[in-house]
Design a binder for this molecule. Structure first.
Ligand SMILES: Nc1ncnc2c1ncn2[C@@H]1O[C@H](COP(=O)(O)OP(=O)(O)OP(=O)(O)O)[C@@H](O)[C@H]1O
Length: 665
């Protein structure tokens, strides 16, 4: 059997909403899938060979977590298989006794011991089944927890540049399905092993009774097995082809009920448009589901027809054997019972193999995602960094984002001296945030050198580098947790220190915010939960600022830290940044509020990724026609303020810059 044909993405037309909202078809292309999904390229035979490895993966995880439960589970399953085989032999004995010559009471009397054995075996089998359920119930959540934790642990270590890569994102999405699969696979593996043991024991007993009877069973089983694997592969291929489409639908539906978008959903009528879009895109998915159901039904019919033919042939062989005296009547009776019982087992086996193969494919995605994440993980270790900021220097640093061609930064050289407020200014998209992320060690330069205290960040121990940085970004996370956890998460590697939290809150002007909450620090700052409460954008910003301060890192990167603050709070926030430098903290400040940069020790001006100016406010204002001066004058004009250059620059405020003179384009 060759690779699944990717009719899925091609045949179903792109909906109008998909075009409008997402700019085109959201289907995984065949070349990607065939390149990335080795299981899809496997033949039936090689898939069958994979089976032990699939069960082995789950078994290994189970063994690591709870060997006793795994052994109990295996013992219970093997015991059930043995009981089934013994039950068949006992049934045969019952039939032999019943079909023997002699008066009926005597024949029944002779059958009693075998009948008692059948009863005992049935009871033992039921007991073992309960033991198996209990052991599996104990193992499943453990195995799921371990595999899920491993997935997320590796995912959070991935380089930011890799995380933004679309192919990697697709892998992560696919891997997420795999975390559910682990649990299901354990359950399916147990049922498959159970059904297989049942079949093997039935086949064994049949082989003992007459060798050709065993082949009858195999003949009936083979087409069903084939159908199961084909269906599983088709289901998996479809799931992959539509993975982005599904994600898009869930993006739409989560927006519909999110608090952030609630106002526009209602006032702008965005809700109606998005619900229609959901309807439209879900209808496209429905077509795929229908296509899949038709194909699966065809496969099932074919496999059932072949299996039915095999059953007719098998009963024909049995009849011939019986007619020719090849097998006695009791053996034929046992064979019929075994084949009938195995038929039920076979149906369960087919269903579970189908599920197991499908889940195994998702599990292989999980493995794949973990392996890729490990390959692209931020390396542990490296050259140790001296504690504190001595100097951060960029030499001709360029940076190109993944999947883009134009550099976001182009040969930027600058230095960030310790204990100063260094401001980055420039128009939207000029590269300020990008530069700050490079400084924080989140991205590595595409070319050029960025060094921290003399160590190239490529070689530096990045964990040590992260330890030295606190970030308050424009879109800082608003953790849906308590106010206390929102601050503590800034320094979660250390034990929670309430005094430090209180101090950070006071420095960030967040004390009153917390006092006003219904349960103070224990208030859940997300509406819709027990104890949940809503706080304003400015209150969030103060909480975010408290978090960054609680971290107590030598470098604080603040990207538009006051956008949601009122004028008084904004003035105080900028003032408090200066206080931080008095305590030795270096502040990298990104803001469009040029009134705030006026007090910075050093200002760097960026324009479309190029460094076009540097100096103090006074130095930059002295540059006729300079970008900084024109931006400042534009802002000042809005307030009707005179914006003449102020006093003579103080050279002592500039320290460590690679360029001695103010440069302006
Ligand atoms: N994750 C990303 N992937 C690809 N391109 C990006 C990414 N982030 C930013 N860019 C691009 O890099 C350039 C610089 O963006 P950056 O966010 O650094 O600008 P900025 O000066 O901070 O802008 P703003 O003042 O609007 O915050 C822009 O052209 C932007 O589109």
């Amino acid at each position: 059997m060759t690779a699944i044909k990717w009719r899925t993405s091609r045949a179903i037309p792109v909906s109008a909403s998909e075009l409008l909202l997402f700019g085109g078809a959201l289907r995984c292309d065949a070349p990607f899938a065939n390149r990335e999904r080795p299981l899809l390229r496997l033949t039936f035979r090689s898939m069958a060979r994979q089976f032990p490895a699939m069960v082995g993966t789950v078994a290994k995880a189970a063994w690591r977590e709870d060997p006793a439960a795994l052994l109990t589970l295996l013992g219970a399953e093997l015991g059930q298989g043995g009981a089934r085989a013994f039950g068949l032999v006992a049934t045969n004995q019952v039939l032999v006794a019943l079909f023997a010559a002699g008066p009926t009471p005597e024949r029944i009397h002779r059958a009693v011991p075998a009948l008692l054995a059948v009863t005992a075996v049935t009871a033992a089998s039921a007991l073992l089944a309960s033991v198996s359920v209990a052991a599996a119930g104990q193992l499943e959540p453990k195995v799921e927890r371990v595999c899920t934790a491993r997935f997320y642990r590796t995912a959070v270590r991935v380089e930011l540049a890799t995380l933004e890569n679309k192919d990697f994102h697709r892998k992560l999405d696919a891997g997420r399905f795999g975390t559910d699969s682990v649990r299901m696979m354990l359950g399916s593996s147990v049922l498959v092993v159970n059904a297989l043991i049942g079949l093997v024991s039935a086949a064994g007993v049949l082989a003992l009774l007459h060798p050709s009877l065993m082949f009858m069973l195999l003949l009936i089983a083979a087409p069903k097995g084939w159908g199961a694997v084909v269906s599983a592969r088709r289901q998996y291929a479809s799931r992959h082809a539509w993975i982005e489409h599904r994600r898009a639908i869930s993006v739409i539906t989560s927006t519909l009920t999110s608090q952030d978008s609630a106002a526009e959903i209602r006032v702008h009528g965005a809700g109606r448009m998005l619900v229609d879009a959901y309807d439209d895109m879900a209808a496209t998915m429905e077509k795929e589901q229908q296509r899949l159901a038709r194909a699966q039904a065809a496969t099932q019919s074919a496999s059932s027809a072949l299996s039915g033919l095999a059953a007719v042939a098998a009963y024909g062989v049995l009849w011939l054997l019986l007619a020719s005296g090849g097998v006695p009547l009791a053996v034929a009776g046992t064979a019929v019972i075994a084949v009938r019982a195995s038929g039920a087992g076979l149906t369960s086996l087919v269903m579970q193999i189908n599920r197991l193969y499908e889940e195994a494919m998702y599990l292989s995605d999980l493995e794949d995602a973990c392996r890729t994440a490990e390959r692209h993980a931020i390396p542990s270790g490296g050259t140790p960094l001296a504690a504190g900021v001595r100097e951060i220097r960029l030499e001709k640093v360029s940076f190109v984002y993944p999947d883009t061609t134009a550099p976001a930064l182009y040969e930027v050289s600058l230095a960030i001296p310790p204990g100063k407020v260094v401001a980055l200014v420039g128009a939207n998209g000029s590269g300020k945030t990008t530069l700050s992320k490079l400084v924080a060690g989140l991205y590595l330069p595409t070319s050029g050198c960025l060094s921290w205290n003399g160590v190239d960040v490529r070689e530096a121990d990045r964990d040590q580098l992260f330890d030295q940085v606190a970030v308050l970004s424009q879109d800082f996370p608003r953790w849906p947790m308590t106010a206390r956890a929102n601050v503590h998460i800034g320094r979660s590697a250390q034990p929670l220190d309430q005094d430090l939290i209180d101090r950070a809150a006071a420095d960030a002007d967040a004390t009153d915010v917390v006092k006003s909450l219904p349960h103070q620090w224990d208030s859940l700052v997300i509406k819709g939960f027990e104890r949940g409460t809503q706080i304003s954008g400015g209150q969030w910003q103060r909480l975010g600022s408290a978090r960054a301060r609680y971290r107590r890192a030598p470098l604080l990167i603040v990207d538009e830290p006051t956008s949601a603050l009122d004028p008084k709070a904004e003035a105080e926030a900028f003032q408090s940044l200066r206080t931080l430098t008095d305590e030795g903290t270096t502040v990298l400040l990104i803001t469009h509020r040029l009134a705030a940069t006026a007090t910075a020790d050093l200002i760097y001006v960026l324009d479309r990724g190029h460094l076009v100016g540097e100096g103090t406010h006074e130095e930059l204002m002295a540059v006729e026609g300079g970008l900084y001066r024109s931006m400042y004058e534009l802002q000042a004009a809005q307030y009707g303020i005179e914006s003449a250059p102020r006093s003579v620059p103080d050279p002592a405020r500039r320290n460590g810059s690679p360029h001695a003179q103010p440069a302006q384009a």
